[in-house]
Ligand binder design. Sequence first.
Ligand code: DGJ
Length: 726
Amino acid sequence: MLQLKIRILLSLCFLIAASYAVRSQVIHIETGNTSLVYGVYGNKVKQVHYGSRLTSTAGIDGLSTAFDEVYPSFGNGSSNEVALIATHDDGTMATDLVYQSHKQQLEGNIQTTTIQLKDEKKPFFVELNFKAYQAENVIEQWVTIRHTEKKPVRLEQFASTAIGFKAESYYLTHFYGSWAKEMQLAEEKLNNGIKLIETKRGVRATEYENPSFVLSLNQKASDYCGEVVMGALAWSGNFRLAFQVEDKENCQLIAGINPFASDYLLAPKEEFTTPRMVLTYSNTGKNQGSINLHRWARTYNLQDGNQVRPIVLNSWEGTYFKFDAAKLKSMMDGAAEMGVEIFVLDDGWFGNKYPRNSDKAGLGDWQVNQQKLPNGIGDLIDHAESKGLKFGIWVEPEMVNPKSELAEKHPEWIIQRKNDREPLLERSQLLLDLSNPKVQDFVFGVVDNILTDNPRIVYVKWDANRHIQNFGSTFLGDDKQSHLWIDYTKGLESVLARLNKKYPDIIFQACASGGGRLDYGALKYTHEFWASDDTDPFERLFIQWGSNHIYPAIATAAHITKSPNHQTGRDTPLKFRCDMAMGGRLGLELSPADLSPEDISYVKQVLETYKANREIIQFGDLYRLNSPYDSDGYAAISYVTAQKDKAIIMAYCHDFHRRDERSVIRFQGLEENAVYKITELNSKAKRSKVNETGKEISGSILMNRGLMFDMKKPYESVVLKLEKVR
Ligand code: DGJ
């Protein structure tokens, strides 16, 4: 009897302790304005909230509105999408993750949280990691998986995040496209079922879809009102964002590496780390979400995100493969005259046995082409420097043409469908197998050699012009072929990290046939991205509009090119082309010899203006004012300094307007009570298209009443500068 009493007492104590544990186990991940809250229910961790900051979590443990488990796994009862599928050493496919412990720490601007979970039966561990950026209201999440089972565990699904939302309805904005038409914005209402945003292309992964989204709750996304969650996966390989809506009001996002044909054998004690999912929440619309992501990216996810970007002239559209030293030098002369800061030599400078005179040969043979450039790169750099320019160079080191010395020497380095299957060519080229450490060393060596031979190079444009397709690696064992997608991307990241470490001052551009590598994985190691091979300013209205929802202006390479445009054939005025390039990291992509003397002097003035104002654009907050997708035929954006003392407004007209139809644009992000002086930049006309140019007007009027822009014809544009005078 006494024994029974003791047992009851003990179990009562245990229950009290357990319920105390339940109540005390609230895991509150927070930023200045947002909260992501988990509760420990028994031994299960469940998400309770993601949204506006909760100033108190009192009473949260009893809420009946908790979501699914923090990291839902296959085999524990859920019939929804799961974050994890693992086949354990004895063939069991069930995993039941239970809470072990968690740790939190706030250091300066960053709160870090780790939650340790373990399979109920097996020594299989999942660690959930979070970094919460206080000032930027951004949360990064990633997951580390490891085990000490006897044999390898086969991972079949391994998301970076599983996060739930509750609302009346959901509208998903995502960014799709193709070559020369990247980052087109599409918004759709989510209904019951699963909506996938994904790629299975391995390389050039963001050409058709971007691993980012805006999820608007209860209404279509608006820039300045409503609740939105925005996110981006920091990964340059296959991705999958699965939005599952159930019973109308429940939405769950499971996002991470695309598990498609990617089973991963994890040896005991090895670690599998997922890429970071970057999330932000705003209850004042998606513009604030963009600002959050841009501010975060500049400080934490771009190379030198707080350093001014120089003006580049890239040789591609100016000369393609057809050049010699004299042509390049004359381009440099023109570039220097206009005020360009870096001359970048694009494709076509290498290969001797198989000269790179077209995209058909030479890729892989990174020796200077003796015919085109008999005096080498050094001679070009000497010339550039004599004109006050710095020098940059194009590489595509992950790739090889079958017609190359490299392909002859190392056929085993090429990604290939085995059993002598015909290689599938794209742009006449194949991919090197970056899962192989020897190939990683080679790819690193390509750039390393160029930079050690030419230590005055300051800029590297890193291109990648095909998808994976020929699936198969001679390096990975037969049982690990499905590692290729993931190990390729990890191999690429490690090469880029090594280069960053050895060459901290080199500016890297991520390019993949244009915007095919636009993701926060690549941007972690690079300074900027080539938004698109489509340089038509009308098309760029949409491409940059989409890109800048997620990625900042400082990283958006936007070049002034010739008219008619090489991709679209559209004719546009030089001013419109310049004003469009002003919206990002302005550069040029033409042969100066193709410009008239008047055009040269106009571009010179634009470049001076850009230099004088680029800090506002590159470090300012983006405020979208008028969408190019609206039917009114206008588009407008602005950049405002954090102190709100300066702003640049860029307005574009892209359709014809009848006689009295004009656009009134209301500004955003200014100080209500400040007074701003208005000047027009890049003007070509005698009379400003904005009557108030030269006047001093309050922020309140500018934001609530707006100004009229006298733009009527397609491809008219206006750039204004606002300076706070009192
Ligand atoms: C594709 C890039 O997007 C272009 O800018 C140019 O570098 C070409 N490749 C060169 O082959």
